[in-house]
Design a protein around this ligand. Structure first.
Ligand SMILES: NC(=O)c1ccc[n+]([C@@H]2O[C@H](COP(=O)([O-])OP(=O)(O)OC[C@H]3O[C@@H](n4cnc5c(N)ncnc54)[C@H](OP(=O)(O)O)[C@@H]3O)[C@@H](O)[C@H]2O)c1
Length: 231
């Protein structure tokens, strides 16, 4: 397998989640050293010496995020997969539910982007950032029954584009992916009757992320890529 990320330091937030594990595996295979912040330190079977899982990091905590990034030398790329879904009608969504979605999806992405830009500027060799939005974030008419989630992911898409504009000319490229339903164990459990062959494979999403953060990507910035070619 081509080592396009050999010698490169990469952060993967949410790297212990369903999509995150697949992304980390793919980036390790491409030669990267992966730093994964996690609320709880988790043992990894067959882990690589290039995989560093750092426990005790809540990505909605400003100081904790900054401390985590400050410890990484020569940051090249930062991939922000931390987030989560909530399904609830508007009258069943409390203030706390709404704020929780914004914190989990939007605030974690913002704090990681900010710390990543500082780290990349310290390293002085440019860099790559990838956020994760979601299909309803790009197509809010699909967000019925999940307005809080939809708003939080639309904000991630807007953050990505605005940040790419702000960083233009500085060799830090910022993009996002907008996956449709991913083929994960949690989704299979939640939707037992659904046709999972129409879902997005985490491996395909990982391949797109690898392309966006590789040094070969020199021109794409400010894109929010829809990953729903199947359905
Ligand atoms: N699954 C889908 O169909 C789908 C579709 C479109 C977009 N997405 C997006 O893709 C991303 C990954 O999805 P997934 O299915 O892999 O989700 P997942 O399995 O639930 O993984 C999410 C990860 O984010 C971490 N996380 C969340 N909030 C955090 C915080 N404040 N601090 C530290 N870690 C935090 C979780 O850690 P803990 O284990 O500590 O909770 C977990 O490792 C999410 O942003 C999701 O919204 C998913």
């Amino acid at each position: 397998m081509e080592q396009v990320l050999a010698g490169r330091e990469v952060v993967v937030s949410g790297g212990t989640g369903a999509l995150g594990k697949v992304v980390v595996e793919r980036l390790l295979a491409a030669g990267a050293t992966c730093h994964v912040p996690a609320r709880e330190a988790q043992p990894v079977e067959g882990g690589s010496e290039r995989l560093h899982i750092v426990g005790g990091v809540d990505l909605s905590d400003e100081a904790g995020v900054d401390r985590f990034y400050d410890a990484i030398p020569r940051l090249w790329a930062s991939v922000h997969l931390a987030g989560g879904f909530a399904m609830a009608g508007v009258t069943e969504t409390t203030r706390a539910d709404f704020v929780q979605q914004l914190e989990m999806n939007t605030l974690t992405a913002f704090l990681c982007c900010r710390a990543a830009v500082r780290g990349m500027r310290r390293a002085g060799h440019g860099g790559r950032i990838v956020n994760v939005a979601a299909r309803p974030g790009l197509e809010p008419r699909r967000g019925a029954g999940m307005a809080a989630y939809t708003a939080s992911k639309a904000a991630v898409a807007a953050l990505t584009i605005a940040l790419a504009e702000e960083l233009k000319g500085g060799h830090i490229l910022v993009n996002a992916i907008a996956p449709s339903t991913l083929d994960t164990p949690a989704n299979r459990r939640a939707m037992p009757g659904a046709d999972a062959s129409q879902w997005l494979s985490p491996a395909a999403a990982a391949e797109t992320i690898l392309h966006l953060i590789s040094p070969a990507n020199t021109e794409v910035s400010g894109a929010v890529l829809p990953l729903y070619a199947r359905a």
